[in-house]
Design a protein around this ligand. Structure first.
Ligand code: SAH
Ligand code: SF4
Length: 343
């Protein structure tokens, strides 16, 4: 499973082979990923056989929606861990949403992953293999009406990336240094894991930081996001401002809209004022309902009203479409359907 070895150490997998063989392998794994070892045509068959299996997981399920413009994979690691990734095609770009953990310890009430609890961290190899798999898939199966190149990677699948810092950092390093992806096209989404936000600000890469805020006051936020008791909103705003200062990158605020919870005029005004303070861009998305939560998405009209209020108060807002409604595409939902209910 060569993705579990650092790209600089690949020679260790190849025995006494000359060093150009490791370069060739690195090329197939990172620059031009292929779905099958047999496509690594310039490597001798005996060498390829020694590298099998290529992927650190099997593809348990591949679902398509939105006319082939959304593809969701459920990968299965040899220890039984489920890993989800979603590929989304748009006219100007293709974005991959990847997982950083199996499950999540943060317990946000509205999130299917949070409802399952934490199982384990993903390794750097398991994270980067999701990116490589999507790139390889895209080469063989272009998405209708989208570029064939993987443009953006977002850490918005299962898990809290900044609570699995080392492996997430190494996966970002491989994307930027070995896959030649632009750091700007990589988004790390966090629920507000403060120590990780501070560390990320010290890294050399200008990645995009997305802060999943969802509520503009601590009372409401700690009902939705238990971690808010440890790292309250003011501290998160300070950390986001520091990130913006050192990186010169606009922070994004994520806001999952729930009917009667965080879709009120008061929340809209308070959100706009936080966004103005940070000069942040706001992404609003209507809740994708999950089986274990009573929260519901607002009506389309209420979503539009909320967005208009935030815009009128001076903030920069995008209403994100909920992709893959038919295929359980919200955070952790494919897995939630496949696995036994938590006890
Ligand atoms: N743990 C990180 C990244 C993974 S979650 C974080 O929380 O930011 C990625 C995004 O999906 C977050 O903004 C999260 O709030 C959102 N999300 C989780 N469950 C959702 C649901 N049921 N419907 C819509 N968005 C959801
Ligand atoms: Fe974890 Fe993010 Fe889901 Fe919260 S929203 S439980 S931090 S994955």
């Amino acid at each position: 499973m060569p993705y579990l070895t650092a790209p600089e150490d690949l020679a260790t997998l190849l025995g006494g082979q000359p060093s150009y063989r490791a370069d060739q392998l690195r090329h197939w794994l990172y620059q031009t990923p292929v779905l099958d070892l047999d496509e690594m045509t310039n490597l001798p068959a005996s060498l390829r056989a020694g590298l099998a299996p290529l992927w650190p997981f099997t593809v348990e399920e591949q679902q398509e929606a939105d006319g082939g413009r959304t593809i969701k994979w459920l990968f299965r690691a040899p220890d039984g861990a489920a890993i989800e990734a979603v590929l989304m095609g748009y006219p100007s770009r293709v974005t991959l949403c990847i997982s950083s953990q199996v499950g999540c310890a943060m317990g946000c009430t509205f999130c299917a992953t949070g409802q399952f609890g934490f199982e384990r961290h993903l390794s750097a190899g398991e994270i980067i293999a999701q990116v490589a798999y999507a790139k390889a898939h895209l080469r063989d199966h272009p998405m209708p009406g989208s570029p064939q190149r993987l443009g953006n990677v977002v850490f918005m699948g299962m898990g809290e990336p900044l609570a699995n810092y080392g492996p997430v950092r190494e996966a970002i390093r491989r994307m930027v240094d070995v896959m030649d992806m632009s750091a700007r096209s990589i988004t790390v989404s966090t629920v507000g894991f403060l120590p990780g936000m501070l560390k990320l600000a010290d890294e050399p890469w200008p990645v995009t930081l997305a802060l999943s805020l969802h509520a503009a006051d601590d009372d409401l936020r700690q009902r939705l996001v238990p971690l808010n008791r440890r790292y309250p909103i003011d501290d998160l705003i300070d950390a986001a401002a520091a990130f913006q200062r050192t990186k010169g990158r606009r922070v994004t605020i994520e806001w999952t809209l729930m009917q009667g919870v965080n879709d009120t005029p008061d929340q809209a005004r308070a959100l706009a004022s936080i966004a103005a303070e940070l000069r942040a861009h706001v992404n609003v998305i209507a809740l994708n309902p999950t089986p274990l939560s009573a929260e519901r998405p607002p009506t389309k009209q209420r979503v539009d009203e909320f967005v208009s209020r935030v815009v009128a108060a001076g903030a920069n807002v995008t209403l994100r479409d909920t992709r893959g409604q038919g295929i359980d595409a919200a955070c952790g939902q494919l897995r939630a359907r496949k696995e036994a209910k938590p006890g």
